[in-house]
Design a protein around this ligand. Sequence first.
Ligand code: 3PG
Length: 342
Amino acid sequence: MGYSYHLPTRRNPFSDDVLEWRESEVEELIENRIKMKILIATQKPFAAKAVEGMKNILTEAGYEVAMLERYEEKEELIAAVADVDGLIVRSDKVTAEVIEAAPNLKIVVRAGAGYDNVDLAAATEHGVVVMNTPGQNSNAVAELAIAMMIYMSRNRFTPGTGFELQGKTVGIHAYGNVGRLVARKAKALGMNVIAYDPFVTDKALFENDGVKQVGSVEELYKSADFLSLHIPATPQTKGSIGYRLMMSLPKGATLVNTARKEVIDEVGLEAAMSERTDLKYVTDVAPDDVSTMAALFGNRFFATPKKMGAETAEANINAGLAAARQVVGFLRDGECKFKVNK
Ligand code: 3PG
């Protein structure tokens, strides 16, 4: 369990040749067992407690653990995966090149929700299972979304009269784990919550949360004082939030992006914010054109210096330990519950 046997090539001690069976050979075989190796590769490291817990889970299951933290060049990751059987990452880019450099690789777990950083086609082609850990870091991201709303409604904590969240409407674009938590927290603050998610077919989900489900993205944007984005970056969503949707927001509205920068059409967003000087944009994923936007929009724009939605000890521990358990569950028992490549 947790390791593979290195079968000596000279003679197989489990062959029918029982007469020649020697206990010492079995001992040698066990000595020679090669532990499977799991690499935890994080440009943005997990909290120390999370790493400790992950190492415990993996070593207790019989695996060797290697760490690659705060690396800067993709070549470092490529070199580190050469002999690994499993890989745990955060937003680290697991490209086809990385997968091809890891002939023993069997599983990649993205400790987090969005797996747009993993080349699924390349993984599938090489027989590598890819998983995420949905829900494990959602609360941290939802809290940041609410914090960003307050920050912007108080003029980024600069002197001057701001406004309150209570009584305002928040539109939740995609009602997944994070969207749902934002909805519940917003309701606790006395906000009206509306949501749009064409992939959620169970109406009771919205009703139980006291959330009004709207039938189109247009309807969502036109009524949202705060529009909280929770869509993943996919070929369908990339560049989908731009001029038209921004212009349909009500007066004084704020777009809150704790999802992905790729879903924004930056040119369209800039055009809308230039034309509508009442609109605001706050994001946890800095746009490519961050310095221009900061200069153009002043207090109406804010981007965190580094993505920090899931940067809490709790989120790191939840997602990190879940990832380690999923690696063990797959390598030992073939569990595939959170597999995302088909
Ligand atoms: C996610 O998709 O889980 C979040 O965006 C967090 O990503 P991170 O692990 O890079 O902070």
